[in-house]
Each structure stands twice: as C-alpha cells, then as structure tokens.
Design a protein around this ligand. Sequence first.
Ligand code: NAI
Length: 347
Amino acid sequence: MRKIAFFDTKSYDRDSFLKTFGDSEYSIKFIDSRLYEDTAILANDCDAVCAFVNDDLSKGVLDILSSYGIRIVVLRCAGYNNVDLDASYGKIHVLRVPAYSPYAVAEHALALLMALNRKTHKAYNRTRNSNFSIAGLQGFDLYGKSAGIVGTGKIGRIMIDILKGFGMNILAYDYYRDEEYAKTRGISYVDLDFLYKNSDVISLHCPLTKETHHLIDNKAIEMFKDGVFLINTSRGSLIDTESLIYGLKTQKIGAAGLDVYEEESAYFFEDFSETVIQDDVLARLLTFNNVLITSHQAFLTNEALANIASTTLKNLDDFFEGNFLENEICYRCDKKPCKRDLKKNCF
Ligand code: NAI
C-alpha cells in the first residue's frame, strides 16, 4: 500500500478523503500541521504528499521531500502560487485540482456582495438582540449597475452569469481575452482602467502571479468609482492591504468582501478566539463594519470536497500507474497558453 502524507488536515478533509479513498490502494497519514521545512520530516516514510493552499512548497521543502524519494505532490486546490515551480521541475511532479466547483467560489463571492450590500451581517446581530430598527441598513439595487470582473476563467464566467441574472452590466477584463466567449455571452472586454473607473462592484477572479501581485494598489483605487464594492475570493496578495485600508478610511471603497488576505497563512483555518491578534493590519481590517472577512472558505461545499478528493485520487493513480499527468503543473505550464506537449509529462 502506498502512503500519502496529508498535511494541514481538517475534519472536513478527513471525512471527504476517507470516503473517497476507502477502497483504494492508498493509506493516508493525516497530519494536523502545515507543511514547511521543520515538518517536512513527517513525510519521510511516505510515497507522496498531499498539500493545501498555505503549505510551503518552496525550494527548501521540495529538496527535503525529494531527499526522501518523494516524486509527487498532489495539491488539493486549484491555485499553486505557493509552489516554487522552477525548483520542482525535474525532481517532483506537482499536480493540482484545476476545477472542483467553480460554482462554490462564485456563489460565495455573491454571498459576500449580497451580505455587504443589504447589510445582512448587521441585521442578523440586530434582530438577535431584539433590535428591529432598519435605520442604516439601506442598500442599492444590483439591477442596472456595472460589475467589473477581473479574470474570465472558470469562476469569473460563473460570476458573470450570476450577475447577469441580476440585470447587471458586465465589464470584463482578462489578460487573455476570449472574444468568442464574450460574443456568445453578450458581454464586452474592456481595459483595466475603464473597468476601475466604471464599475460599481469589482470582483477578482484571476490567479496570483508576478503580474497580478498588488493589482489593487493606491493607483488602482484612485481610479475607482466612489463607494465601489470590492470582492476578493482569489488570492490575498492581489490587493495591497495597506492601500485597501486607506481606500476604506477615505470611503473611496464602500465595502470589501474578502475570503482571502495577504498574510492569511498565519491565521486562516485556525481558531485564535482565545488569543490576541498580533497582525495589526488584519486587526484594523476587522474593525471596519463594511468589511466582511471569511477565512478562505469559498471552496467549502459538499460538491467541491467530493470533487477535490476524487480528482486527487485520479492524480495519484495517473502518477503511480505511469499514465499521462493531465493535471500536472510546471514552470512552463505557468504561462498561458500552455506550451506543454499534451502527450508527454513535464519530465
Ligand atoms: P482559471 O484559470 O479558470 O481562470 C483564471 C483567469 O484569469 C484566466 O482566464 C486567465 O486568463 C486570467 N488571468 C491570468 N492572468 C491574468 C492577469 N494578469 N490579469 C487578468 N486576468 C488574468 O481559474 P479559476 O478556476 O477561475 O480560479 C481563479 C482563482 O480563484 C484561482 O487562481 C485561485 O487563486 C482562486 N480560488 C479561490 C478559492 C477559494 O476558496 N477562495 C478556490 C478556488 C480558486
């Protein structure tokens, strides 16, 4: 039986993976800790590693895993900004789950937008406290407003469909435009400045890359329409948080819905309710009553968890049975369109 070191395990991972891996030829070593240089040793008796968004797959960690003879890391997520792809190339195959439920993420982005706009988070607290006043809970109709969607991939497209359903005007931006898609959906691609200047709501659905790091900075925020609602379910570092705080303080930004945060790895997925938050930027963000933060839970639906487990099982089978690694990522595949020979594995 092959053994998989499963880092950063939570109860919901255990449940969904045990259900899917039950009759397979793999045994899972569930490890509560995140993967980083000091914990990599826990994988030294394993054949593969299963990692998540905040696990550290930098060169140092990959070298340690490689020294244990590990040749495959399966990510149980879509994003791979935490992997040093140059360092993995030629040593360790890194596979991911490219799509598990884009609906889950888009629907969560909508939930953040709706809650902030109609102030559901405030109304919930009021009525729980027998306060039935509605003063200050005024929102706006989404109908007829403009939504700027940055990144028209799997999740962005579903967000577009949802918001079109509300009667919103869609302003789409993607580094790689798909004009055919835009034509069939009846939407237009615009340049980023136009999107910033004309959107009432901006939702980020592009990956974190060198080009998109701090995409939303002071310069971008200055261009925003006054009172814009900013939603980020992609990666925290798409936004320069200090600039976001300035934008919120000056009321340039009307509300922010964040499922991700630049420094989330120190806090997200864990319970800190008995301690003092040392991250002053996060602490400041949490003081705004027009900021709604969820801790990277957009993916967390029954369907997504089941798909993550079954694709991870397929990824492991592909590797150990010597098949083509359909979901492999490598430094070459980081560029789009992918230059990889579709019949060959990366190395
Ligand atoms: P995707 O790969 O289908 O789409 C990403 C789109 O962004 C592509 O159309 C691509 O051309 C575009 N893009 C690339 N570079 C760009 C740039 N510089 N500017 C604008 N657009 C650019 O990815 P998918 O599945 O839609 O996921 C989007 C992101 O959502 C992921 O990268 C990941 O970071 C995040 N995510 C968050 C989850 C959560 O639980 N909060 C769960 C799953 C994904």
